[in-house]
Design a protein around this ligand. Structure first.
Ligand SMILES: Nc1ncnc2c1ncn2[C@@H]1O[C@H](COP(=O)(O)OP(=O)(O)O)[C@@H](O)[C@H]1O
Ligand SMILES: [Mg+2]
Length: 422
């Protein structure tokens, strides 16, 4: 029975629906690679974990959360550890150890049915040393051997790389230009130089990969890591060629209604349509996280008969109030990454939009001018693009911008109401 969870990755019986989307992603994985694009808390990690927990026949699935990694060596160590943890794959690797120099005999000898924490640490240290030393010659070769290995048994190896764009962003922001270059070279070589027939990637990220990558080749050029004539070699389309975009949307209305019913019925609460409709009306676009948040607050503060008025007061007092501020802080922190000028502009634009409901591009440009004192229209275009890519705002059919999520707009208005502009 489904339990409400607000924040952690939803797994097993707590993971709801997404059946068609996952089916679609398996279909793509037969032939291609995928970017799974969606804002934070739309359920990307939940989807990846579902694919990992219940792999389609013929796939060996490796899941890696890249958020905390700082360089390619750390990433690749984690990748190989996950490969070795897959019992079936590690047995196969042991059989052909000689052809994968990155995994020397002495490391593989530690791989067995049950690996203790200490042994795991030893494996990681051993791998890390080996990877750093032999990165140039062996890192590409290693994936090639893995590809051959699964090919022999007519299977595919599917790497699920969660928060991969964050890894790139951390490296470039920390000035690790050489490491960034090596990493991109490696990734590009896998995809363009080798003829990998049985290796697939799904890259997911709350940060949009296109936005993160936008300036990377130029930064590498500026820092002298690459030459001018290598810009094309490191262009987005070459490094990430043949990726399909899959966009993760909020739940549709019918799914959201069933989801709400199930979350209540797991606490033996039966709800009528008026309650369900009230919840959907309050949060707007049915993002699963916001549904979970509201329902968990309703359950926490009310155990008697529910009415639409009670729901509304919980929404106004609890969800938008100080007790739940923590659940929304991410949306504010994220704007800090836009850099000092654009952060100012972004905050003002978002605040004004939450007040006005919708505004034209011209009106928003004026707000940008006033708040940033910058008349650089290309900066403004980048900012609007980032806000749209990060799913704060959308452009509607009336040629106006508005907030994507009603609950986020309400929250912003509550906590950032003052503006000297309008
Ligand atoms: N399919 C789902 N079933 C149940 N809850 C979900 C689902 N998708 C997202 N959620 C809600 O969103 C939160 C974040 O989910 P997660 O998969 O970690 O999102 P993301 O990786 O996109 O940030 C979960 O804690 C849960 O509250
Ligand atoms: Mg996630």
């Amino acid at each position: 029975m489904i339990k409400e969870i607000v924040g952690p990755i939803p797994r097993d019986e707590n993971f709801y629906d997404r059946v068609d989307l996952i089916e679609h992603m398996w279909g793509i994985a037969e032939e291609h690679d995928t970017f799974l694009i969606g804002p934070r808390r739309f359920g990307k990690s939940g989807i990846l974990c579902k694919m990992y927990d219940e792999p389609r026949e013929g796939f060996k699935v490796i899941f890696i959360d890249c958020e905390k990694f700082e360089d390619p060596y750390e990433f690749f160590t984690a990748l190989l550890v996950e490969v070795l943890k897959n019992r079936n794959l590690s047995l196969k690797i042991k059989d052909c150890a000689h052809s994968i120099p990155l995994m020397p005999e002495k490391i593989l000898s530690k791989v067995k049915d049950h690996i203790s924490e200490i042994e795991l640490l030893e494996i990681k240290i051993g791998l890390r040393e080996s990877i750093e030393k032999h990165w140039k010659e062996e890192s590409v070769q290693c994936i090639k051997e893995l590809d051959k290995l699964v090919n022999k048994s007519n299977e595919k190896i599917l790497f699920l790389l969660d928060e991969f764009p964050s890894l790139l962003k951390h490296m470039i922001d920390d000035g690790k230009y050489l490491e960034t270059k090596l990493f991109l070279e490696w990734f590009r070589a896998l995809r363009l130089d080798l003829n990998l027939t049985n290796t697939r990637f799904i890259i997911a990220g709350s940060r949009n990969i296109h936005t993160v990558y936008r300036n990377i080749p130029n930064q590498l050029l500026e820092k002298g890591e690459i030459e001018k004539d290598e810009i094309v070699y490191f262009s987005f389309n070459q490094v990430f060629n043949d990726f399909r975009n899959v966009l993760i949307e909020p739940f549709d209305a019918a799914t959201a209604k069933e989801f709400i019913k199930e979350l209540f019925s797991s606490s033996q609460i039966t709800v009528e349509d008026d309650i369900i409709n009230k919840i959907l009306e309050l949060i707007g676009s049915p993002v699963p996280y916001f549904i979970q948040l509201l329902i968990s607050e309703i359950k926490r503060y009310h155990d008697g008969n529910l009415t639409p008025e009670i729901i509304e007061s919980i929404y106004n007092e609890r969800i938008l109030g100080p007790t739940c501020r923590f659940y929304f802080e991410y949306y504010e922190d994220r704007l800090r990454e836009y850099g000092p000028i654009n952060e100012k502009g972004a905050k003002m634009i978002v605040a004004e939009l939450s007040k006005a409901g919708s505004l034209t591009k011209n009106e928003l440009y004026n707000i940008f001018l006033l708040s940033t004192q910058s008349d650089d229209s290309s900066k403004f275009d980048d900012l609007m693009n980032d806000l749209e890519m990060d799913f704060y705002i959308k452009f509607d059919s009336d040629n106006k911008y508005l907030f994507l999520s009603k609950i986020l707009s309400d929250w912003w208005l509550r906590w950032h109401p003052s503006s000297t502009i309008r």
